[in-house]
Design a binder for this molecule. Sequence first.
Ligand code: AMP
Ligand code: GLY
Length: 471
Amino acid sequence: MEKIGVLVISYGARETAMVDIFARSPNYKVELYVADKQRNPFNVKKSAKHVVMPDLNVKDICKFAEKNKDRLDFGIVGPEKPIIEGIRNLVEKRTGIPMICPTKECAIEASKIQQRLLFHEIVPEANPRYKIFNPKDYGSQEKVKSAVYKWLDELENKAVVKPDEPAAGKGVGVWGDHFTSREQLFEHFLSNFQHGQVIIEEKIEGEESSFQAFCDGKHITPLPDTRDYKRAFDDDMGPNTGGMGSYKAKGDVLPFLTYSERRKEVTIVNTLFEKWRKTALNDAGLRGVPFYMAFMHTGKESKILENNSRPGDPEIINILPILKDDFVDVCFKILEGNLTRVELERAATVLTYKVPLSYGGYLDTFPNLANKSEIDTPVDLKKAYELTKKHGDRICVYPASLELRDGETYALKSRAVGVLGVGDTIEEARQISLEGMEAISGGALWHRTDIASKQHIQKSAKHMEELRRRK
Ligand code: AMP
Ligand code: GLY
């Protein structure tokens, strides 16, 4: 078997899944070099070299790559921060190791404004109505307030406030969820406006899907749609999170969408790619998963909520374990610019995350339900791993924000561990994922119980039917 070396820049379970798939490569003996946010127990076990870099600083990552350069064939990056900060440009320049992720110039996840302007130029029909507010254009708070209120008149208040850069001020705010009056909206707006430009866009009513595609700079290979569960609690209550779970149906299309709605997504992304690549083609800047898009389907149109320049966490975990191709070969094809298709098993997959009490505001919302005495006790994954005896490769247990310390595993602050179920139906996959959840003990972890539930899917389907009927 050919031996190769792969550098993985890891944040959480999305990269644990990559590590797992590389380690299980049928064609290659893969030696893994992992730069990780924490001492992830799975990655520590599977890697030849494992280093912890809590801030995933691009300079430190590059030094690690340089040190091991003779043994590395390529690198792959999951999290947005190093991608946005130009890890690909830096590592390729300093070491010559080819990296699978977009270049800094192509990582439009960095700016919501750059995204809207690019879509405006190429696929204007996929943009919600939007207006950009730049602090430089307004001399006083009164002036910007009057401009914001005038725009709200046009949108009939149904607005979403977004800072240009992720994580400035209060972040994305949605009318009806984060504020119910103009005053509250304006306060939210100002908290972001202090840091820079802000977009106020039309709030789109509909159902969301996550679209992802592999890209080799020359071709785009759409992957099946998945549905992410952003809200913290069951029935989509509570604050937005990084994603509490996700599912994929047996085929490419989500159960509440039509083939024609799926085709709209593919057409929009293809159009965007074909026009955009003309400027980005030379250095295959659009490499990796430069199009991971959140779409909102209104029954008539499909609008882009945002684009990410990386694979989704957890959404790519719904895909990687059912790849029929060797992921190493897929990566080589991405680097060579000849990836035109991938083969996937026809299977449904459901991922559920267990998270700590501090995550998603659980402790504040349900103080009496919280099992506080277990906080900071070790997390025991043994029983979950034992489920592989029963389910074989139909279950994958992927540690995320878990840290190995003195031989025990402890939860940190983010999503702790994901369990993927693979099945013939969504329900079958969901039951396996939930069995995995129940088998994990310690650390006062909790999870949503309705990821991919029949009721939730039916609710989405009903909503879409109603929207399609509306004139
Ligand atoms: P974002 O950070 O842009 O992904 O936004 C976070 C969440 O806010 C999305 O997953 C949506 O649920 C919601 N959202 C963002 N933009 C819009 C919009 N234009 N209309 C309705 N909901 C939106
Ligand atoms: N699932 C949300 C994200 O990866 O951004």
